[in-house]
Design a protein around this ligand. Structure first.
Ligand SMILES: C[S@@+](CC[C@H](N)C(=O)[O-])C[C@H]1O[C@@H](n2cnc3c(N)ncnc32)[C@H](O)[C@@H]1O
Length: 334
């Protein structure tokens, strides 16, 4: 065994390299110098004195230990490289799936991202949306509030509003319906209601049902800020409880337009409830969101398979994403 290797072995035995690094907190420049010194001391075991590094390096053996550590690290580089490249590929794949795959996107946005951010920021996503609206919207200007919510949800964090792309379809279908009495199932923060309020003709009214008190509270503040309270009323409670009360308690004869945007398993039961309660007339337009993502197959089967409805599909994308989604219009015939 050469003298250099013997010195190196001695250094490794007597100096734990990782401890050495932690204890000495060696600067990168000194570390490089040490590596050079270590290399030299293995070639030539004479004690090396260097003015710049002698204060940091207590002995030649430490230099040798550092040399050894670096040599070991270099040996691991290919493995580390493969690991880093694999992690990067997994990251790219996940990012792509969040953008284009329905279940992954919804799981990421509504479970992982939302819960983690709520924990870190100590307030709900809906409160953060309200804060952004109050700071960036213009009081009394519903369009500026809608634009602020879109900006927040595109640039900061996703939220389950109908969004700008499907929102434009909602505006158009509602405008064509020339509705006087509109019902929304699922208010959330009030985004779609604000869009509809801007399209409604003078004297028309919109009732929107929300069973989550926290969401209803945010929506009330959004409506107040946007100045649409005279057109929009929030009815707090579940759709199954409130729909049967619409005629007597809320003075509704029949509905001209219904926007279904609550939990998807309620689309069919609530459509049947609207029929049973005599709230649909010939020509009432039902417009259902998210029929592709997360999907409402039973609803599509029900309205498309019924001779009582004329259906039109509007392909689009899940709000603020590239995931395929669509709206279904079902016009009640009788
Ligand atoms: C997708 S969000 C509505 C988004 C809103 N339409 C928009 O585009 O801005 C669904 C909302 O429906 C509410 N919801 C779900 N099922 C409901 C039910 N059966 N009765 C009342 N509200 C319901 C949820 O609490 C949630 O706030």
């Amino acid at each position: 065994m050469g003298v250099g290797r013997a010195l190196n072995n001695y250094a490794v035995q007597h100096t734990n390299p990782s401890c050495l690094l932690r204890r000495e907190r060696i600067e990168p420049a000194i570390f490089a110098r040490s590596f050079w010194l270590g290399t030299n001391c293995i070639k030539n075991p004479q004690p090396l004195l260097d003015r710049k590094t002698s204060e940091s390096l207590t002995s030649v053996t430490e230099a040798a230990a550092i040399h050894n550590l670096v040599t070991e690290m270099v040996a691991y580089l290919p493995t580390l490289g493969v690991l880093a490249a694999s992690l990067f590929l997994v990251f790219l794949l996940l990012r792509r799936m969040v953008r284009t795959h329905s279940a992954t996107a919804i799981f990421w946005h509504t479970v992982l991202q939302e819960k983690m951010t709520n924990l870190v920021k100590g307030k709900s996503r809906e409160s953060r949306i309200l804060d952004f609206v109050l700071q960036n919207g213009v009081r009394g200007d519903a369009k500026s509030v809608v634009d602020s919510i879109d900006k927040y949800c595109r640039e900061q964090e996703w939220a389950m509003n109908v969004g700008d792309e499907k929102g434009a379809i909602l505006d158009k279908v509602l405008e064509e319906a020339n509705a006087s009495t509109v019902l929304e199932l699922g208010t959330y923060c009030g985004y779609s209601a604000l869009r509809m309020a801007q399209v409604l003709k003078p004297g028309a009214r919109l009732l929107t049902i929300e069973f989550n008190p926290a969401n209803a509270n945010i929506a009330k503040q959004v409506f107040h800020f946007a100045g649409v309270e005279d057109k929009v009323s929030i009815l707090e409670g579940s759709t199954e409880d409130i729909i049967p009360q619409l005629k007597k308690k809320h003075d509704v004869d029949t509905l001209d337009f219904v926007f279904l945007d609550h939990w998807k398993d309620r689309y069919v039961p609530d459509t049947k409830l609207l029929e049973e309660c005599g709230l649909l007339r010939k020509g009432t337009v039902l417009l259902a969101d998210n029929v592709i993502s997360p999907g409402a197959p039973e609803f599509l089967q029900y309205v498309r398979g019924s001779s009582r409805y004329d259906c039109t599909h509007y392909p689009s994308h899940l709000e603020y994403s590239e995931v395929e989604d669509g709206l279904e219009k079902a016009v009640f015939k009788s």
